[in-house]
Write a protein of this length. Sequence first.
Length: 116
Amino acid sequence: MQWTNVAISDLESRPECVHRAYIDPEDTWNGWACPYFEKPEVERMAAWLHDFDDSLVFDETTDTFTTTYDPDAPESFAGIDIDGMYLYPIGNGSWTWTIVEGATGSLTSNHPSNDS
């Protein structure tokens, strides 16, 4: 597992859409990255999702973020412990996340770029 930058495919050029994520480079879904995010990074993500008629709503009781894009099929992402960190698998296994090489931006994590 390592820290890297990811974005939803076709949004890599928008700095606000590039996010710091913890990934296993060998773990993919249909060729797409399967990222895990710290809560502040998910909150930063929620700030631009409304541009695409979507949002992430946080439920404190279940510690879960839920999308609102399709009210008939909402996706929920509960926090989990991975390598001693509490992370959220936003879009892991369902969104088209791609690794963004050399991206810089307002990343919230204090973790080094490659943590094993």
